[in-house]
Design a protein around this ligand. Sequence first.
Ligand code: ADP
Ligand code: MG
Length: 626
Amino acid sequence: MATQQFKAESKRLLEMMINSIYSQREVFLRELISNASDAIDKIYYKALTDESLTFNQDEYYIKVVPNKEARTLSIVDTGIGMTKEDLETNLGTIAKSGSLQFKTENEAKDGHDIIGQFGVGFYAAFMVADEVTVVSKALGSEEAYMWHSKGVDGYTITPAEKDTVGTEITLKIKENVEDDQYDEFLEEYTLKSIIKKYSDFIRYPIKMDVSGQRPKEDNEEELESYVEEQTVNSMVPIWRKNKAELTDEDYVNFYQEKHYGFDQPLKHIHISVDGTVRYQSILYIPENMPFDYYSKEYEKGLELYSNGVLIMNKCSDLLPDHFSFVKGMVDSEDLSLNISREMLQHDRQLKFIAKNISKKIKNELKSLMKNDREKYETFYKAFGRQLKYGVYSEFGANKEMLQDLIMFYSSKEKKLVSLDEYISRMPEEQKYIYYASGESIERIDKLPQTEVVSEKGYEILYFTEDIDEFAIKMLMSYKEKEFKSVSSGDLGIESEENDENVESEQEENKELFDYMKSILSDKVKDIRLSKRLKTHPVCLSTEGEVTIEMEKILSAMPDNQNVKADKVLEINRNHEVFLSLKHAFETDKEKAALYTNLLYNQALLIEGLPISDPVEFTNNMCKVMV
Ligand code: ADP
Ligand code: MG
């Protein structure tokens, strides 16, 4: 049986094409300019092998001409032009791409700058125009032809007059209707900004006659109007330029031109990869945190270009969350775009690029930490929290990658240190990486629990942000050294003599401790003589996974599950208060109970935990005074 050919319902197809492919009308200009650029490229590629052709850069350009009176917009190019047959096949058949065919035929000659491939972009013109006229003269042809269409009703092709090779496309811009304004597509300013936005890096000049006013030459007091032809696009994208030719200032200018931020970038990274997936990228590490950075409104992402044409403003898949502060762009000729060129077909290439970029950012930050500490600390103050979140989130999937980038304030030099620096200056016998949590550096400095660790000469990391302890719990250890809170039960600090004394004294006073436990009952897990206190009378330590800082954070959360740390009230046996306590227990039980309550509440205060009954607490204080 003979196979029947599908017949496309062209009218319906065109209608769909016009109304549902593109999310934004303004891209019609991007499509027509891309076609014009392809047409010039084709002459360029032909000239590479055809000796009778010379490609003189100056002769090739694209010109955009609005005419308000006639309500038309023309896009003129000096490209390869179209023959009658070309007009018929390429513009008369939806989804027929002469450019794709050209690219396939010329693959050997590296025609990979050609943009067209789907054969639909041209029809985007009908989003803003109700009539389109194409006059074209093909290279090597004597005649010119005119293609004319009012959209779904079809088209006509007739002989026309045109002196030079190339194509002139004229759109009759639609009339305004209530909610739809088309006038803007005749405005110089709007057209310029659309060109800048999507087609800034088209390789050929895109010209426009721009009008303005200037002081008269013979009389500076008076203004005269003038019209001047200007090239609107920048043409050579900075990322395609040789790194050696670019100065820091060029990168800063690009950052500001692109409005990546209002600040000066702290550092730029220029990547050019020519492997299985080719891409170029310029990335920036900003100096300041955007005001909405830690809010839901902040959107991460990089600009994505395909062959110099902007595809996406913020491609979020290119950046992992922990590097969401990075700004910049990626351009690749190897992306498989969907038909509207607004989305990617599949993201294999994108994943590859994202992975690559992530690695580069990490290395760059690492070298910044090593070679320009001051800059790194500026960066870290703005975005360190994000890195720590990165360690914690996704069940620690990125912790290996990030652990060398995080820093904490430390007791030793009173400044930020990396984990590696901490480890490298640890005394040999030190078993753990010690940390203390609290609201601020000043408060941690005064915590009684830090005494014994500090006295040993061990460095303590200060955790002042909510995320710190959670991140470290995810990390568990660094270079085989476990993290240890100074408030935890076993500090791993050997002091056998002292420890034995503490234990025997504890035993001697068993009755006292049992009595105290009965007073505080479920408020504490245990009451003990302390092995860590040197000068302070009391402190709280914890047993188990949940520390006091974590309890505070968890209870501040909206869905708090009332998670509590298992607290141990520790008492300094060398402090006079312990003698008073013992004495009271022997002579006046009521007084002993009063002391127990006071000491417990003091320990809470030191930790920054709320006292459940402040009135009772102050009354108790008064009882002691009178
Ligand atoms: P695509 O660009 O994806 O191929 P289009 O619908 O934009 O699809 O254009 C269809 C075809 O029409 C192009 O492939 C090209 O062969 C031809 N064409 C469009 N515009 C021009 C032009 N300005 N000069 C020469 N050929 C053009
Ligand atoms: Mg096209």
